[in-house]
Write a protein that binds this ligand. Structure first.
Ligand code: HEM
Length: 132
């Protein structure tokens, strides 16, 4: 195994099918957001398309895909970027519900399916910034 490093292994991004998988994930997620008036009211833009692109590019980058998010938006600093939005435990629950339903629709192999779910639940918990 001399000379074989983790850099030679396919990334999570590649293992789950690359760009089309992340596109399907966020499309399905934003369908859920669009149908949830409480959550939908948090999104400032009438068109959810740009928000969808930002989330998709972030997730692609996080999981080892293209670095387009960083190139276009800079360092993620996600907690800071969510500060203007009141993310309560209720908003977190709604976000997680729609996101895990979107993951269901992908039908990913294990262990990637579990890894993705654990990350999303943990990241959503971390984004809570109001208790009311
Ligand atoms: C916990 C519940 C969450 C709520 C209610 C929420 C809500 C929002 C809202 C309202 C925006 C602004 C929409 C826009 O981009 O114009 C936003 C942006 C964003 N959110 Fe969340 N979010 C949550 C969790 C998360 C999590 C867990 C992640 C990552 C795993 C995430 C990633 C992002 C990204 C990447 C952006 C765009 C940041 C940028 O401006 O570049 N969010 N979110």
């Amino acid at each position: 195994m001399d000379g074989v490093t983790t850099q030679d292994l396919p990334s999570f991004y590649e293992r789950v099918g690359g760009a089309p998988t992340f596109k399907a994930l966020v499309d399905r997620f934003y369908e859920g957001v669009a149908g949830d008036p409480t959550l939908r009211a948090m999104y400032p833009e009438e068109d959810l398309g740009p928000a969808s692109d930002r989330l998709r590019l972030f997730l692609e980058q996080y999981w080892g895909g293209p670095k387009t998010y960083q190139e276009t938006r800079g360092h993620p600093r996600l907690r800071m970027r969510h500060a203007p939005f009141a993310v309560t435990p209720d908003q977190r629950d709604r976000w997680v519900t729609h996101m895990l339903a979107a993951v269901d629709s992908l039908d990913l192999p294990e262990p990637e399916d579990a890894e993705l779910r654990e990350y999303l639940v943990r990241a959503a918990q971390f984004m809570i910034n109001r208790f009311e």
